[in-house]
Write a protein that binds this ligand. Structure first.
Ligand code: FAD
Length: 131
């Protein structure tokens, strides 16, 4: 098996993987849309601007809802455009940061993987020493 010699608790994890009858496996994806509304329908939260697993998704979803509510109260006929223009200013820099963080967490090259693993082990060793 490709990971049989990976060390740590990997052999145990592999055994459990083979024995499990309820294995869950999923991809982490992000959709970026040019527009968050069409006609009378507008998207909010992750459906409009997911920043994935790196935090902030919940607070951005609530901030977006608040912005949309304020825009609807101010001028329903231009609310979606106003909401999108305001909320994109908050979301866009965070989405750019997610792109960079994803490159570090899920690298595409062997060198990137080795660097990430070394960094993770160093942080873990540092924390154990500090505890
Ligand atoms: C593993 C993981 C860890 C995370 N950690 C953090 C964190 O630490 N901090 C943070 O801020 N964010 C975090 N997030 C992101 C955060 O959970 C989301 O950004 C946030 O929940 C988005 O809110 P939302 O209302 O847009 O969508 P959701 O919370 O996904 O709500 C959408 C709802 O719509 C329902 N739904 C879907 N389809 C239909 C349908 N056809 N009909 C009716 N209902 C439907 C779903 O069941 C769901 O209840 C994490 C996400 C994941 C997956």
């Amino acid at each position: 098996m490709a990971y049989a010699d990976a060390g740590w608790r990997v052999p145990e994890l592999l055994d459990r993987l083979v024995a499990a009858d309820d294995l869950y496996f999923d991809a982490v994806s992000e959709v970026r849309l040019d527009s968050w509304s069409r006609g009378r329908v507008a998207l909010l939260g992750d459906a409009a601007s997911c920043v994935s697993l790196f935090g902030d998704g919940s607070s951005l979803a609530m901030a977006g809802a608040s912005t949309l509510a304020a825009a609807l109260a101010a001028d329903p006929s231009h609310a979606f455009a106003a909401y999108e223009s305001t909320h994109r200013k908050l979301v866009a820099p965070k989405q750019r940061r997610v792109g960079r963080a994803a490159g570090l967490l899920v690298p595409k090259t062997r060198l990137g993987l080795a660097t990430r693993d070394l960094a993770a082990r160093s942080v873990s060793a540092f924390r154990q020493r500090a505890a």
